[in-house]
Ligand binder design. Structure first.
Ligand SMILES: Cc1cc2nc3c(=O)[nH]c(=O)nc-3n(C[C@H](O)[C@H](O)[C@H](O)COP(=O)(O)OP(=O)(O)OC[C@H]3O[C@@H](n4cnc5c(N)ncnc54)[C@H](O)[C@@H]3O)c2cc1C
Length: 434
């Protein structure tokens, strides 16, 4: 069986950025046999949250490569040039393209690496491979859409699988009820509902805000917006605070003792969690204000409320909604419930479970490499699940360009000497090709 130098699980922005960094190494004569496995049938960036009017929450300059190599072929600017829209984009005078456009940019980059990725395959587990006690390789097991199993051997692994829906405990028993769904499945699941009239949206972050406004723009739908918070607070993207997303801040977080790291995380949580854009908050406020003007209560803002019990019934999903200050509980039926309740970042623990005897608690070093004992040779890197040690930028796009370079440098020091370079079209800046 062929042995890869590297297998990447997932082909979202993190591992696409890695593919770019590996190609740069390749062009410097350090060719690596890298291969990626992606469960979606084709590249798509959070497709079920691709809402009309949704915009990036980060400057396009923090694309997959610009902060490291602004003359790369794969910059957002070169994408615009290749698509013949650079002048028009300049006229928009914005740093924040629509999510539709950024998805198109990511798809354009991904299309350059088609032969390096198998789409429509879900990795189900990673097994140790070796003789006696020495683990020299990893066996990556996956399943395709037809149920066929695949196995591949690799010397190193990079996990970039993103988050999994975080479902509050009181909804855990409603897993099979199609009327209850997480924001990550929003568009697909909403389309499956039969003329819903009353919908509950649970959460107070960017996704909850976007979904509320999306539902408001669909005639005939009434929304109960349920949040523990008293007020929607905007994300802080002021310049000094934004420096926490600079690559060097990762060193600052990592080198702090654990207690201090948690304090830093808490201090700047409002940059990313339960913090929609101010413009969305203003739109939502205006919706509720106009209700006061007309006296027609279409939507309800249930601030300082929590869902304490959820039950499937023939008449709808019945929620007990408790007012946090008074403790008073109200019961209401909904045609659908959207859980805009965030993401868990522990998917790697399931995939790597067979390796747990070697990996312990999956702790990583500064360069995202999981600590392993000396007789365990394969290098395993985690992208996007190191927030507790590497800071709030870990799940975002901001540090992809620098993180993937760091991973490549460690890979280079770890793997056997690289092969001779392949023949390549020279990387060019602002090349006008598709
Ligand atoms: C709606 C939304 C908007 C966002 N907007 C921004 C923004 O504006 N700016 C920003 O910085 N961040 C934003 N984020 C944060 C987001 O995490 C990053 O933008 C980015 O998607 C992270 O890339 P990733 O590759 O680590 O994870 P993902 O984008 O989640 O990609 C992971 C990939 O792995 C695949 N996968 C998962 N499990 C398996 C498996 N077992 N086998 C094979 N493949 C698998 C998935 O199908 C997916 O394609 C947003 C997040 C959401 C949900």
């Amino acid at each position: 069986m062929r042995i890869h130098d590297l297998i990447g699980i997932g082909f979202g922005p993190s591992n696409i950025a890695l593919a770019i960094a590996l190609e740069e190494q390749d062009q410097r004569g350090q060719a690596r046999d890298a291969f990626f496995i992606e469960r979606q049938p084709a590249f798509a960036w959070h497709p079920d949250m691709m809402l009309d009017h949704a915009h990036m929450q980060i400057s396009f300059l923090k694309d997959l490569v610009t902060p490291r190599a602004p003359s790369s072929h794969y910059t957002f600017l070169n994408y615009l040039h290749a698509k013949g829209r650079l002048q028009d984009f300049i006229n928009l005078q914005t740093f924040f393209p629509s999510r539709h456009e950024f998805n198109d940019y990511l798809s354009w980059v991904a299309s350059h690496f088609e032969e390096r990725c198998s789409y429509g395959e879900e990795v189900v587990e990673v097994l140790p491979h070796g003789e006696d006690d020495d683990i020299t390789l990893l066996r990556v097991c996956s399943r395709d859409a037809n149920g066929n199993h695949h196995e591949r051997l690799t010397r190193s692994l990079v996990i970039g699988v993103g988050g999994a829906p975080n479902v509050p405990p009181c909804f855990a028993g409603l897993y099979d009820d199609p009327r209850v769904f997480h924001s990550s499945h929003y568009l697909k699941e909403l389309a499956r509902q039969k003329s819903p009239r009353r919908i509950a949206v649970v959460g107070a972050g960017q996704s909850a805000a976007e979904i509320f406004l999306d539902l408001h723009n669909r005639p005939g739908i009434e929304v109960d917006l349920i949040t523990r918070a008293w007020a929607f607070k905007p994300s802080d993207d002021s310049p000094f605070v934004n420096e926490i997303f600079n690559p060097e801040y990762t060193d600052y977080v990592f080198n702090n003792p654990t207690g201090q790291r948690q304090a830093l995380m808490q201090e700047y949580k409002s940059t990313n969690y339960s913090a929609p854009d101010l413009a969305l908050i203003e739109q939502i406020y205006n919706v509720f204000y106009q209700q006061k003007v007309t006296g027609e209560t279409r939507h309800r803002f249930r601030r300082r409320h929590e869902v304490t019990h959820a039950e499937s019934t023939a008449d709808g999903v019945r929620l007990d909604i408790t007012e946090l200050d008074s403790g008073a509980t109200d019961t209401a039926n909904f045609d659908a419930v959207v859980l805009a309740t965030g993401y868990r970042r522990d998917v790697h623990e399931t995939l790597l479970d067979p390796l747990k005897p070697y990996l312990g608690d999956f702790a990583v070093d500064r360069h995202y490499r999981v600590f392993t004992p000396p007789h365990f040779k394969p290098a395993i890197f985690l992208q996007g699940c190191c927030e507790p040690t590497h800071g709030l930028s870990d799940t975002l796009l901001s540090i992809l360009a620098s993180r993937t370079q760091e991973i490549c440098e460690v890979l280079d020091a770890t793997l056997p000497a690289a092969q001779t370079p392949r023949v390549h079209t020279p990387a060019a800046s602002l090349v006008g090709t598709n």
